[in-house]
Ligand binder design. Structure first.
Ligand code: ADP
Ligand code: ZN
Length: 434
């Protein structure tokens, strides 16, 4: 049984001691019960008595998405399937989904963890929360639902889609918290405006957003539109789902539940652990997960651990916002690019909206051209061809200096790029030049 922190303000030594105790327990549990991990460690010559402290974690091999895919669907289980009471699968944003199973105990712990994240963000039993994440295999819907209930929040389990009705009920039910992807929160605001309703006239006061990256400018936009505090939280199916880290009201990085998860940051190319504060790939080890344990899972998400203590006084370390995932990285003419870098530039221009996508023109094995399609903001639209051309040129110049590469820039009419009720897709590939 893992031990939980009594509060988020304990001193760092106490947190580390607890983390170590939980880790040793979990490692032994996985070794004893998971055929996958016993096999992996036996192959690597690692015996349970080699692992004596937190520092020994780094001697264990990584677990990758490939391992999970190769053990599809149930080979990662460390308990008989009769003890598994729930199955989830990743959204498959980047390929074949992976499957995770939860025992009753796992579900209880998951809900308690998510409740803590929601509490850190400022939610309380006074609130009414609309969950606009999809309910289904995706962990977002059920994860937030159970966590919010655990915290005592009144939950409206709307699920995704049907934006008009979402807006109507949000008003009728006097909903104070919106749970969704950041892109859906923006889309909802846009839809409200189309119906001539000012988004700030709703009762919303807090957003619990997650599932995809979120630039500071996008946060500002959502906060201004809705007049709410927009917080971000992080999780992934392979490790448990949401409930790993989340913003406090300072909104300067997401506090990690360190009694339940060990974060490491590695160089994605060499696998070496990077010095504290440096940016790299996040590797996570959950410390509860008896159903489908994972140890040292390579998340593919790029971030860093913020070394400073947060102004809120919580001693739990924070991870910075995700700037991309290793599998979203585009390599073009030898330059590495993440969609978030493009987004940073676009947010400097008032004339364009936060809706954009990257179109990669591929020829055989390599990408020849990057085209950035950006939707004009309704106010940014002009009939003057010359003005539009000048704007395109200005954006191209800024992108060029930011990315060290000159992309093609294509301004699109307002509301022409596809909207999403879930995670937005930013990268599209086409064959050939045009
Ligand atoms: P998929 O990998 O198919 O999208 P999930 O539904 O489990 O699977 O989503 C987890 C992924 O979503 C994370 O690995 C991360 O890339 C992204 N994600 C989740 N929360 C955040 C967040 N707060 N900021 C940025 N990205 C996030
Ligand atoms: Zn804080």
């Amino acid at each position: 049984m893992q031990k939980w922190l009594q509060n988020d303000y304990m001193n760092r030594d106490e947190i580390k001691n607890l983390q170590e105790e939980n880790f040793l327990h979990f490692f032994n549990y996985a070794y004893q019960n998971s055929r996958f991990y016993r096999g992996m460690y036996d192959n690597a010559g690692i015996k349970p008595d080699h692992i004596k402290s937190l520092a020994d974690l780094q001697h264990l091999p990584f677990t990758t998405k490939e391992h999970l895919r190769n053990n599809y669907p149930y080979e990662m289980a460390a308990v008989p399937m009769e003890k598994i009471v729930r199955i989830h699968a990743s959204s498959g944003t980047t390929g074949k989904p992976v499957v995770m199973g939860y025992t009753k105990e796992d579900l209880k712990n998951w809900a308690r963890g998510v409740a803590r994240i929601c509490n850190i963000a400022g939610a309380s039993s006074q609130d009414i929360a609309q969950v606009s994440f999809g309910y289904g295999l995706f962990t977002g819907g059920f994860g937030l639902h159970n966590g919010l209930e655990e915290l005592g929040v009144t939950v409206v389990p709307f699920s995704s889609g049907n934006t008009d009705r979402q807006l109507d009920l949000m008003k009728d039910f006097q909903t104070t918290i919106l749970v969704s992807t950041p892109s859906f929160a923006l889309y909802m605001a846009e839809t409200a405006r189309e119906k001539n309703i000012d988004p700030s006239s709703y009762y919303l006061r807090l957003g619990l957003f997650g599932g995809e990256p979120f630039s500071e400018a996008m946060r500002q936009e959502i906060e201004n539109q809705w007049q709410i505090k927009a917080t971000l939280n992080y999780g992934l199916t392979e490790v448990v789902g949401p409930g790993i880290s989340g913003d406090c009201s300072a909104q300067k990085g997401m506090h990690l539940l360190e009694d339940l998860f060990i974060p490491e940051i590695i160089d994605p190319n060499t696998g070496e652990i990077l010095p504290e504060g440096e940016k790299g790939e996040l590797v996570l080890t959950p410390l509860y997960k008896e159903g489908f344990p994972v140890i040292r899972y390579r998340t593919g998400d790029i971030t860093r651990i913020i070394p400073e203590t947060c102004s809120c006084g919580r001693s739990l370390q924070r991870m910075d916002y995700i700037t991309g995932r290793t599998d979203d990285m585009i390599i073009i003419k030898g330059v590495n690019i993440f969609p978030s870098q493009v987004e940073e530039v676009l947010t400097e221009f008032e004339e364009v909206s936060p809706h954009y996508c990257l179109v990669l023109h591929r020829s055989k094995d390599f990408i020849k051209q990057l085209e950035v399609q950006i939707e004009l903001a309704p106010e940014g639209f002009s009939d003057s061809f010359r003005e539009m051309e000048l704007l395109e040129d200005k954006i191209r110049q800024r992108l060029k200096s930011h990315l060290s590469l000159t992309p093609r820039v294509k301004l699109m009419n307002p509301k022409t790029l596809e909207r999403t009720t879930g995670k937005s897709r930013r990268i599209f590939e086409i064959e050939g030049d045009e």
